[in-house]
Design a protein around this ligand. Structure first.
Ligand code: ZN
Length: 144
């Protein structure tokens, strides 16, 4: 028996994802402290590229945050670990495919409360900039 004919766009292939970002948001000194504890705990356990801590709003992000870059091999362990350990913080997880706007709006997932993406119209629809995970800068030594 033939499967039913299905129309629609071709699925996007997984190899369009060069890397992922997690953006860990915090608001106020109590959440900031939790975010810093989480940062230390994650960097001891996973191969991550830790971004700077932004206490002021940057880019499309609606609260202070830090960015964490990771590759597809790290995703399967790291994202469930964040689910278990985020302690109430909002975390945006998005792929980096070179289409910044879609990556943040259409193809993202949230842990905890979803925050707005600010001035999304300024995000590139398509970019040729390199999007790999740069300088994995941690040396995990603890078990997740
Ligand atoms: Zn990002």
């Amino acid at each position: 028996m033939q499967p039913p004919a299905i129309s629609g766009p071709e699925p996007v292939m997984l190899d369009t994802i060069a890397s992922f970002h997690a953006h860990v948001y915090f608001d106020g000194s109590a959440e900031r402290e939790i975010a810093l504890q989480l940062r230390a705990a994650m960097s001891a356990r996973f191969r991550l590229a830790l971004g700077r801590i932004h206490d002021r709003l940057v880019g499309p992000h609606a609260k202070p945050m830090y960015q964490v870059g990771f590759d597809a091999a790290t995703f399967a362990g790291f994202v469930p670990w964040l689910m278990l350990n985020r302690r109430g913080l909002s975390i945006l997880i998005h792929p980096n495919t070179g289409a910044e706007r879609d990556d943040h709006l259409e193809k993202a997932m949230w842990l905890g409360d979803r925050l707005p993406i600010l001035h999304a119209e300024t995000l590139a629809e398509k970019s040729d900039a390199p999007i790999g995970v740069n300088s994995i800068n941690t040396d995990p030594h603890l078990t997740a």
